[in-house]
Unconditional design. Structure first.
Length: 318
């Protein structure tokens, strides 16, 4: 294809050791499906407890007590509620999050030119990841709304099967605000989260390779490179959880029937900023730190298996 030919002037797509062709982007899109779909589905039990801690903190008072309460009242099946909308929704989100980030990063770098793309690489990372997440959340929103409603509804009051839950949300769209009623708080949660996730990861990788592992990246084994990827992702994940916690809590609060006619501001005022920040925070730090580290590891393992190398730290001059 014509756009895959190496141009005469500087082009971010061909500035690194691996050309960013249409095939590269396609593989990155699928890598995002694996990274987010697999990991979010794997931590559904944690997510069930976290969401209930946010919406009913008097009953679900902590991670271990929360697990015990769900198991006692609903059995093991209670910890897997919402797994299918999670798998579908976050696979779609991951495709756009990771894949479009690669495209936007190259696009914005080319707009700035080589020198400015390197000098202002932090802004490029932020703009690219934020732009990608804007579209990723549109794909995620309907599935996230179904997931949260299934996970937080009192047993017996709402269907747990994906198809039935989707149909009921759609049939009662005036009440549920389905399918995009949670898009604004989702953007407020996910865009800062993703910017922190990608900027934090890129910065951590760059720091590791410039201060700790100072040999050329190619001299480290694939296992070592993927270890650096995981560590960088975990550190970024902790930062993500702290930044996006209030908005994440707000999304969970919106699923409560008593909040169906309330605006975001009213819900936030009633719950209180301290509770929006603190309820479920410890669980979410564990969940998001692990999740983010694994996402980056899976994404880079997929890229490495396809000969695309590992992510991050490529913009800085060595």
């Amino acid at each position: 294809m014509a756009q895959d030919k190496v141009p005469q002037k500087w082009d971010a797509r061909f500035a690194g050791p691996i050309p960013h062709t249409s095939s590269y982007y396609a593989k990155c899109l699928f890598g995002g499906v694996l990274a987010c779909g697999v990991t979010h589905t794997a931590v559904v039990p944690l997510d069930v407890v976290k969401c209930n801690m946010q919406t009913n903190p008097q009953k679900y008072r902590g991670l271990i007590p929360g697990f015990s309460t769900v198991l006692k009242e609903q059995g093991v099946g209670g910890l897997t509620k919402g797994w299918l909308p999670t798998a579908i929704g976050y696979s779609a989100q991951g495709m756009f999050k990771f894949g479009l980030n690669e495209i936007f990063k190259d696009t914005y770098s080319n707009i700035l030119g080589e020198e400015n793309a390197i000098k202002y690489r932090g802004l490029v990372w932020a703009a690219a990841s934020g732009s990608a997440e804007f579209f990723a959340d549109i794909a995620l929103c309907p599935f996230e709304m179904v997931k949260v409603r299934v996970q937080t509804s009192t047993p017996g009051t709402f269907p747990t099967a994906f198809g039935e839950a989707w149909s009921k949300m759609s049939a009662n769209r005036v009440e549920t605000r389905f399918p995009f009623g949670s898009l604004a708080p989702l953007w407020s949660r996910q865009i800062p989260y993703t910017i922190a996730k990608f900027v934090g990861f890129e910065a951590a990788v760059e720091l590791f390779y410039s201060r700790v592992f100072t040999k050329p990246r190619s001299q480290y084994s694939k296992t070592q490179q993927l270890g650096i990827t995981f560590a960088s992702g975990y550190l970024a994940g902790i930062f993500c959880a702290l930044i996006s916690q209030p908005a994440d809590n707000l999304v969970s609060q919106m699923a409560k029937p008593e909040n169906r006619d309330k605006g975001f501001g009213q819900i936030a005022k009633e719950v209180g900023m301290r509770n929006l920040f603190m309820n479920g925070l410890g669980t979410r730090i564990i969940m998001i730190g692990t999740l983010t580290g694994l996402q980056w590891w899976i994404y880079d393992a997929w890229k490495t298996a396809n000969g695309l190398g590992t992510s991050g730290g490529q913009a800085a001059k060595k």
